[in-house]
Design a protein around this ligand. Structure first.
Ligand code: RFL
Ligand code: PHB
Length: 394
């Protein structure tokens, strides 16, 4: 027996992209079904992004889920780049008039889940064998197994918000889909620790042992990263080794202020740049990590996902509430235009701030010269600042 469900938009994946889309649509009276192969507690516990652009904050306000963000998020007016101990502050507010907000992705997803639950909207969790059908027709459908039962969602549109490892992107025929990819020859090892942050602002450091990032989640919780070998496991990095490397890479002056402790989360993430084109196929729209990945150096992944959703929700709402399809028709090209600019920024900052195993002495000098140039040029600092606070939506 197949259980048939009907909705306007079937959203595959309830990470931040899917959750935000569902919320914006619900607020405009557009019906959706949200499904995920994991459940709420698993999704909420994935420790990822920490820095929100002002456009992302605006989207969360528009969705009506920003009250805790305003109470607990920490506004940041600048951050530091460090190179072998030399520090240069990027004054975000002075250079662009804008700031960013430090607020964890875990909290963003909690707020979105709470809003959907309190509005009595449904979820389909722990689904398996998700298959997208008839995407080129006016009646696409999404099939999956849940609680041992086959389900079929009949809808007008499918939103593929199922991340890099999801199924939506692969529903686009290979002759249509083009992908562009770069893998980086290292990873990031990240920890969470209940100790006050070593600095009031984020520090991105390039040291001859590799990159380090000092970030935070609150005034009492720090999020720290070090560049690690691509094949490293969490077990290769006991806390003592982490603290030793992290302190060394930050330099003695900063390390003197470092408060160490037992980490309570530790994970290794690979670094990748990836773009899939187009982001629309028939009545399927891809958004977020399903269509593009950036290395975390520019803090852009979640922000990029939210920018996609702002445009996609606008298009779907215009379709249902005004009978206009211009935004939907332009979705893929306008989103991709911005995506490529953000890919460029994330790639350049990653190139500048990491030790690449095969970098020649010449390339190392080029990195140092670029840092020195940024530190001495307001124009170069401003370029970084305007990308970091977020490029405008098309
Ligand atoms: P997600 O979060 O991967 O969610 C996709 C959801 O789809 C589900 N799914 C499926 N559901 C149904 N059927 C299937 N077949 C499915 N396959 C998958 C998954 O279970 C999941 O729930 O994608 P989304 O929503 O597009 O959100 C993207 C962001 O999560 C991501 O871009 C950011 O976390 C990236 N990122 C950062 N972004 C920032 O903007 N600022 C940062 O400071 C930042 N730091 C980071 C980061 C990512 C990191 N890692 C671990 C990759 C730091 C790190 C270390
Ligand atoms: C984080 O706090 O997890 C974080 C901050 C900035 C980045 C990446 C990750 O560029």
């Amino acid at each position: 027996m197949t259980k048939t469900l009907k909705t306007q938009v079937c959203i595959v994946g309830s990470g931040p992209s899917g959750l935000l889309l569902a919320q914006l649509l619900a607020n405009a009276g557009v019906d959706s079904i949200l499904l995920d192969r994991k459940n709420r507690s698993y999704i909420e516990s994935r420790v990822r992004a920490g820095v929100l652009e002002s456009g992302t904050v605006a989207a969360l306000e528009e969705a009506g889920v920003a009250s805790r963000l305003h109470a607990e998020g920490i506004p940041h007016e600048g951050f530091d780049l460090a190179f072998d101990g030399a520090r240069h502050r990027i004054d975000l507010v002075g250079l662009t008039g804008k700031s960013v907000t430090v607020y964890g992705q875990t909290e963003v997803t909690k707020d979105l889940f709470d809003a959907r639950y309190s509005a009595g909207q449904q979820f389909c969790f722990d689904v398996e064998e998700v298959v997208l059908h008839d995407l080129k027709s006016a009646n696409p459908s999404v099939q999956f197994m849940m609680d041992g039962e086959k389900h079929n969602v009949c809808c007008d549109y499918v939103a593929g918000c199922d991340g890099y490892h999801g199924v939506s992107r692969s529903a686009i025929p290979a002759v249509v889909l083009r992908t562009f990819e770069r893998e980086y020859p290292f990873g990031w090892l990240g920890i969470l620790v209940d100790q006050p942050p070593v600095s009031d602002e984020l520090i991105y450091a390039n040291h001859e042992h590799g990159f380090a990032l000092a970030s935070m989640r609150s005034e009492t919780r720090s999020r720290y990263y070090v560049q690690c070998d691509i094949n490293d496991k969490v077990s290769d990095w006991p806390d003592e080794r982490f603290w030793q490397e992290f302190a060394l890479r930050l330099g003695p002056e900063t390390a003197a202020k470092l408060q160490t402790g037992d980490s309570f989360e530790k994970s290794v993430a690979p670094l990748r740049s990836f773009v899939a084109e187009p982001m629309r196929y028939g009545n399927l729209f891809l958004a977020g990590d399903a269509a593009h990945i950036v290395p975390p150096t520019g803090a852009k992944g979640l922000n990029l996902a939210v920018a996609d959703i702002r445009l996609l929700s606008r298009g779907l709402i215009e379709h249902y509430n005004a009978g206009k399809d211009d935004y939907l028709d332009n979705y893929s090209s306008s989103v991709l235009n911005r995506v490529w600019k953000v890919e460029r920024f994330s790639w350049q900052l990653s190139k500048l701030m990491h030790q690449f195993p095969d970098n020649s002495p010449f390339e190392k000098r080029m990195q140092r010269a670029e840092f020195d140039y940024i530190a001495s040029s307001e124009a170069a600092s401003k370029t970084i600042a305007e990308n970091y606070v977020g490029l405008p939506l098309e």
